[in-house]
Ligand binder design. Structure first.
Ligand SMILES: Cc1cc2nc3c(=O)[nH]c(=O)nc-3n(C[C@H](O)[C@H](O)[C@H](O)COP(=O)(O)O)c2cc1C
Length: 227
């Protein structure tokens, strides 16, 4: 060990600065070729991300507003996209479920690093019918349904044993009653008023295209944005 020759440890700031960003080959995106509807472009980019092997390409950050007016955000799995909007499911008693019931507006963010692509979706959030929510729940695995049945998401957990025994009991109920539905499980649709497509460029000439409309049945306008 030679203290004279020992290297100074890199500061966190310098270490972060040394990391590369947009390292992958930039994907092609010409806004002039963008379709009239953002859903079509979203599905095209999602398919390209999946085909390129992006892990969990259908995972997205859902941002909501809490009762105190502060923001909150977490990653969820996208359930579906159709002409109405982007769908996801939550437990009504979870923090995000309560936040959406109090303030039914949200944002979704996707990031696919291999393509240097980000998509941002903003709008109002509407719960689906109990029948559609139940169908979504029943299509999930028994263990996923058991977690929903517990209905304890994000509460303080006192021990791993407490969780294990409650989970086993919930799983046994699901197995003995395969049609058991937790009515708190709620499918939601984010009906967009803005959808932005962001394509990285190595020289920082990023391309941004935002679809905007003032109401849900209105026509989409398309605008390029400064990067
Ligand atoms: C890749 C990934 C996918 C996830 N998918 C879901 C999901 O579909 N539903 C869900 O309730 N939580 C999901 N989670 C957990 C959430 O991020 C979060 O921890 C949980 O929903 C509690 O959030 P809340 O306290 O804001 O209600 C996922 C987490 C990750 C990292």
């Amino acid at each position: 060990m030679d203290p004279q020759g020992a290297q100074q440890p890199m500061s966190v700031r310098d270490w972060l600065r040394s990391l590369e960003v947009f390292a992958g080959p930039s994907a092609e995106f010409d806004p002039a070729d963008a379709p009239a509807e953002p859903v079509e472009l979203f599905l095209g980019w999602l398919r390209e991300a999946v085909a390129a092997g992006v892990p969990d390409a259908h995972a997205m950050t859902l941002s909501t507003v809490g009762e105190d007016g502060g923001p909150d955000a977490r990653v969820l799995i996208l359930k579906n996209v159709d002409d109405d909007g982007w769908q996801f499911a939550v437990h009504a008693h979870s923090p995000k479920g309560l936040q959406l019931a109090g303030r039914p507006r949200a944002a979704l963010t996707f990031y696919w690093s291999q393509q240097g692509r980000q998509i941002r979706v903003r709008g109002t959030v509407e719960p689906a019918s109990p029948e559609r929510s139940a169908a979504d729940l029943l299509a999930r695995s028994p263990s996923a349904r058991a977690e929903v049945l517990l209905g304890c998401q994000s509460r303080h957990l006192h021990s791993a044993e407490e969780r294990e025994s409650a989970f086993r009991a919930a799983l046994a109920r699901i197995e003995s009653q395969p049609d058991l539905v937790s009515p708190e499980w709620t499918l939601h649709t984010l009906v967009p008023t803005a959808v932005e497509f962001w394509q990285a460029d190595k020289d920082r000439l990023h391309t941004r295209l935002r679809y905007e409309r003032s109401h849900r049945t209105g026509p989409w306008e398309r605008h390029m944005l400064w990067p």
